[in-house]
Write a protein that binds this ligand. Sequence first.
Ligand SMILES: [Mg+2]
Length: 361
Amino acid sequence: MTEQPGSTEPLVDQHDTVLLDLDGVVYRGAHAVPHAPEAIAALRQRGVGVMYVTNNASRPPATVSDHLTELGIPTEPHEVTTAAQAAAGLVADEHPAGTRVLVVGGVGLREALTEVGMTVVESADDDPAVVVQGFAPDVGWQQLSEALLAIDRGAEHIASNLDATIPLERGIAIGNGSLVAALVNATGRHPRSTGKPQPAIFHQAAQRAGARRPLVVGDRLDTDLEGARAAGYPGLHVLTGVDGPAELLRCAPARRPSLLALDLRGLLVPHPPVRRDGDRWVCADAVAWVEGAPGEAVVVLRTGDGERRVQGEVVLDLDELRAACAAAWAASDEAGLPTTLADAGVDISVRTRPEDVGAIA
Ligand SMILES: [Mg+2]
């Protein structure tokens, strides 16, 4: 979303498939994200392909699709791509069928490896060629030590994903990346990873969906949106999950989304373009620029007659946020900094306008 052409049609009319992240986009814990079931039903009605892409390697696709169906989002297992499948796909690309693979992880990973023809083993004494590691809540000393033995004897180490933490309803918990770090600490060598933000999982998901013009949708800049860029697909960031407006304004180039929406209803409405006008950035009625020294700069917005500085507690609409991001990103790039903005906290809320969410409930 530096200079962004936008879409005068509903955004999804430019794409044949959406690659949707799950947590923070479709559901949060046990509950659907508000408006997600209706928006996804509307996508299907338009004939748009839906593929769910998740870094969670512990649950097989059928468990994920059952959960979605229970939440009022009818889903088939083949519409889910997990990091476990991405890891299994990498193993199958590089090794013949029947290759012995030691699993550190759960049933999701075992099923994915079996499905691509690998032989899953439990012990380093079975002489595995590869150790594949994905999250499962019961991974502990025994599995990790077995993996260390196998790697020490020459097995290659592959991780489904490197998320340091996973979100739980009570807060954050240890993720696969932190369990991988235990092995890295012992081996001194880093594994390859296939989950987001690596592009492999998105390429596999698009291929399985038969997508020609996929759009990635996510709520985390460091996984979903960085992965979209790495994969070469446009990325839509929604504001229903982890990263909010303040993180967007400070986003490093590799993680920047192409498009912004409040929630999944944003797929069904047009998106005004963001364009540069001299040192200012314009999105519909909103004009944004950056004032101040590098490292202390502030975004200034003009909408109608009034000018506002984006600092402290502010309420923006989506076009203002789009223009503000484009201005902040360009100024940061020109200053040669990850972000040129001041360190002072900014608490931005985004108000909902009818044009940003369309007519569905
Ligand atoms: Mg997420």
